[in-house]
Design a protein around this ligand. Structure first.
Ligand SMILES: [Zn+2]
Length: 217
């Protein structure tokens, strides 16, 4: 049972097609595991489509259309669940479309990080994010990693716990630099996560790149 879902803002951007690729990989992977968020996405897409069809919309029309859409959903006239090809993801640790990215990278290739932990970078064409798989041995803390900006962690196998909660397969934790936490894989099973972080700023100027570590940006 998934307890920690995508935040509405991210789902809305995904529905609108404006979410950067790195975050979209995690959103699509969570969607493959989570009927609740698929149903929410389906609703957002219907609302989006309605507004495009009925422009210009004033505020009264907006609230009216929302009410009528909700009524249709409640009456079962709109399919709540986005159809996903059956059998292609449900029993696997790495659901589509994440598997497509892993395949494109030449298959699973773990790089040891020490103390049994490992990672695999997932290449995307999005330069604003870094996407990686992390494998944390059962009972061990997540290795130290730079925590600048927003970080999304999606559990694919096993579970981890931190000061906030416990996160198991399908659960999403959003963290930013205001959150100090020490995630630790739960005992009994290695934890595999998909982690998306904001990429460090990349400056064109060689001088700025040189002094970047000193400035701490
Ligand atoms: Zn969800």
């Amino acid at each position: 049972m998934i307890e920690h879902h995508l935040d509405d803002d991210m789902l809305q951007q995904y529905a609108a097609g404006t979410l950067a690729e790195g975050w979209s990989v995690a959103v699509a992977t969570h969607l493959a595991l989570c009927p609740a968020c698929r149903s929410k996405l389906s609703m957002l897409e219907s609302v989006g489509g309605y507004f495009i069809d009925s422009e210009p919309a004033d505020e009264a029309a907006v609230s009216q259309s929302w009410e009528s859409l909700k009524a249709k959903i409640d009456a079962g006239q709109i399919d709540k669940v986005v159809p996903i090809k059956k059998g292609s993801w449900s029993d696997h640790t790495y659901p589509q479309p994440l598997r497509t990215y892993i395949d494109a990278a030449g298959g699973l290739k773990w790089r040891q990080l020490g103390r049994g932990a490992a990672q695999m970078m997932i290449p995307t064409s999005d330069e604003t994010t870094t996407v990686r798989l992390l494998k944390i041995p059962a009972g061990q803390p997540v290795p130290e990693h730079s925590h600048r900006g927003v970080e999304l962690t999606l559990v694919l196998d096993g579970s981890f716990s931190d000061e906030v909660s416990r996160f198991a397969r399908g659960d999403v934790e959003m963290a930013d630099d205001s959150l100090t936490h020490q995630p630790k894989a739960d005992a009994g099973r290695d934890c595999i996560c998909l982690a998306v972080t904001e990429a460090p700023l990349r400056f064109k100027s060689r001088f700025l790149r040189l002094i970047q570590p000193i400035l701490g940006i």
